[in-house]
Design a binder for this molecule. Structure first.
Ligand code: PMP
Length: 400
């Protein structure tokens, strides 16, 4: 009977928004969820999205089901954005792409694929990582453990720890890697470190599983943000890649993304794709069409594509400006001599402040600033006007 159902705990990220809504203070600031806001702290629908939607409406497209694997034009566009339009892997038919329910659904499909075809294989995830990764692999029945990633002393990457843990994992493990703009730390390996990670994964017979949720959003360049993935492909390594258009095209609620397997031959790609479709069919049958058509229209039209890139640069640029202002305010207000330069070194949407749970509680309880309890703040939810207030809140929480 339903009577026996117990209360589920609130989601650690989406729960922050609930607490924010319940706060009646005028000073309140929601830096929890990673969603882009304008300087006025309003959600933004990109101009290219509006233009693509207008085009779609005018052409009177129907609402028929998509095939299980999704919209062909989207799948082609998304693989090309990821790997480059001239990618040999694409030309050789070695990429299996299936449209997914944004980044989360694509990761979930990848996890189901691992569970079915690599039973017992372990997934290694970074410590820390985006809160939903553990849920995804738990629910898919895939065992996971963590590799070291964050070094609190330097507020930087624990590269040695990361390499040692990847080395110690049983051969044939899947190593979950954030393609760019690591969430929550904002700390990415350098190009040289990526080379070493690829060496080790190859040597150990592991498989990289990339989560690419911020392509174009971290640096402002779609190509630069895909360098990590392309490095693995160039070396001929087989990989899985989940993609999301939530952030870079602002299509959060459209649930548009993809799971890609880059494999050794076209023959294998056809089989892998058939199995991904087989997993998708009983889960949700086929994916939604609207976001897929938006992406296909934007990428398929040279003028819209250029405009998208400009809008992405604008979003990435605003976040960088806010990051700089927050750093300036922290450095001038804090008289202790503490080095806040880690704020500037981090990239992407977030800053990992180093605030612990109690300090994060002080941020919300005393200052009405809502953030995840791991110390992560979303700079995309911050305006220049609020930087000074936020710096006061961080300094107060940090030293009290
Ligand atoms: N991976 C990471 C690292 C993320 O930060 C996010 C979004 N917060 C996602 C995946 C997936 O998001 P979505 O399902 O909205 O595409």
């Amino acid at each position: 009977k339903f009577e026996a159902v117990t209360m589920a705990p609130p989601d650690p990220i989406l729960g922050v928004s609930e607490a924010f809504r319940a706060d009646t203070s005028d000073a309140k600031l929601n830096l929890g969820v990673g969603a882009y806001r304008t300087e006025e702290l309003q959600p933004l629908v990109l101009n290219v999205v509006k233009k693509a939607e207008k085009k779609m409406l005018e052409s009177g497209e129907n609402k028929e089901y998509l095939p299980i694997e999704g919209l062909a034009a989207f799948n082609k566009a998304t693989a090309e954005l990821l790997l480059g339009a001239d990618s040999p892997a694409i030309k050789e038919g070695r990429v299996a792409t299936v449209q997914g329910l944004s980044g989360t659904g694509s990761l979930r499909l990848g996890a189901a694929f691992i569970q079915r075809y690599f039973p017992g294989a372990k997934v290694l995830i970074s410590s820390p990582t985006w809160g939903n990764h553990k849920n995804i692999f738990n629910d898919a029945g895939v065992p996971w453990s963590e590799y070291r990633y964050f070094e609190p002393k330097t507020v930087g990457l624990d590269f040695e720890g990361m390499m040692a843990d990847i080395k110690d994992a049983p051969s044939g493990s899947f190593i979950l890697l954030h393609g760019c703009a690591h969430n929550p730390t904002g700390i990415d390996p350098t190009p040289e470190q990526w080379e070493k990670i690829a060496d080790l994964i190859e040597e150990k017979g592991h498989m990289a599983f990339f989560d690419v949720a911020y392509q174009g959003f971290a640096s402002g360049s779609l190509d630069q943000d895909a360098d990590s993935v392309r490095l693995f492909v160039k070396r001929g390594l087989e990989i899985l890649v989940a993609q999301s258009y939530s952030k870079n095209l602002g299509l959060y609620a459209e649930r548009i993304g993809a799971i890609n397997a880059v494999v050794h031959s076209s023959d294998v790609a056809v089989r892998v794709k058939s199995q991904l479709k087989r997993l998708a069919r009983p889960m949700y049958s086929n994916p939604p069409v609207h976001g897929a058509k938006i992406v296909a229209n934007v990428v398929g039209d040279a003028a819209l594509f250029d405009e998208w890139r400009a809008e992405m640069e604008m979003m990435a640029g605003r976040i960088k400006t806010v990051r700089q202002r927050l750093y300036d305010d922290l450095s001038t207000k804090d008289k202790s001599g503490k080095d806040w330069s880690f704020v500037l070194k981090q990239i992407g949407m977030f800053s990992f402040t180093g605030l612990n749970r109690a300090q994060s509680d002080n941020m919300s309880d005393k200052w009405h600033v809502y953030m995840t309890k791991d110390g992560r703040i979303s700079l995309a939810g911050l305006s220049l006007a609020k930087c000074s207030y936020l710096a006061d809140a961080i300094i107060d929480s940090y030293y009290n």
